[in-house]
Ligand binder design. Sequence first.
Ligand SMILES: *Cc1c(COP(=O)(O)O)cnc(C)c1O
Length: 400
Amino acid sequence: MSIIYLDNNATTKVDPEVLEAMLPYLRDYYGNPSSMHTFGGQVGKAVKTARQQLATLIGAEESEIVYTSCGTEGDNAAIRAALLAHPERRHIITTQVEHPAVLNVCKQLETQGYTVTYLSVNHQGQLDLAELEASLTGNTALVTIMYANNETGTVFPIEQIGLRVKEFGAIFHVDAVQAVGKIPLNMKTSTIDMLTLSGHKIHAPKGIGALYIRRGVRFRPLLIGGHQERGRRAGTENVPAIIALGKAAELELLHLEEATTRERKLRDRLEQTLLAKISDCEVNGDPTQRLPNTTNIGFKYIEGEAILLSLNKYGICASSGSACTSGSLEPSHVLRAMGLPYTTLHGSIRFSLCRYTTEAEIDQVIEVMPSIIERLRAMSPFKNDDAGWLQEQEQALIHR
Ligand SMILES: *Cc1c(COP(=O)(O)O)cnc(C)c1O
């Protein structure tokens, strides 16, 4: 059975051109880019070209790019560096809907004497700029806010946020792992100080990411050792992956406009057809400020995990956005922060497309979904009319 892969916000397929570009650096050109000999030197040149390709994608300077092992490392390094740059300030602002790579770092920092403000979101997953303004003080060292949400695709007004952050002299870090390649970015005209991206979300392999650090922003490395990355990230470069990320960045830029237009059309058709064919479902997220490739749909009265298992039988890969923690099915922190009702919280599914998604694949999902939902609802313990039981469940969730 062939796979219909609609889980591209979790990870993406390595583009065949990207694989071709990196292979010589696994097979033949294994020299250390820091070595004095020509064999290593030519690898160093290739790394430089890749760095230019990546910098071009986000409108940055080559010298402002630091390679990391993943998006998580970029987020960790940026947050730690920002705090060291402003040692006298002890306040951080983030949101309730960040990726765990930001959220859990902030939680740990709370145990180390920092105060963290977790900005709330509305029913559509959108921030309130007034709440941000009210939270900013002269004690705010760092504001770390994602560009686009991985679960709902909601896009935050990053530049409007940045202007307010700058008034208070705080560092502005943006986790743009989901935005890169989907939204045009230009650091030259941006208020962003540091920006995280990850290779495996843009058709490069896993194990490579990058952190953009605006020239002039004070930075302290997370990894201390050799002089690689201008002393900002020690460790011998992951050359094949760096070459791959460069190629992937070049392809993202090349395809950005046409691919996102195509994906948006396919996504909208998927979404609108499902909403029309299936009762009691709704789209989670901001209907206008949203990534072109993502749709998160809540199907009431059923479990998202049951939908995923049914889809899996057809080779369809999607995601429920909720992690299975210690045996209990915890609903997604993002959907909870949006204040979705209990029924929708549990039955929400994310489909995330990419430039390889075909019309036939979307047709197949449209074909199988209505009967899957109908069948699951017929066996569902949730009852449309059992309002008392539902209320109890919602209360239990709130008080947990
Ligand atoms: C995937 C993701 C990350 C983590 O990136 P890794 O490379 O998997 O560590 C961070 N933030 C967001 C928004 C993501 O979607």
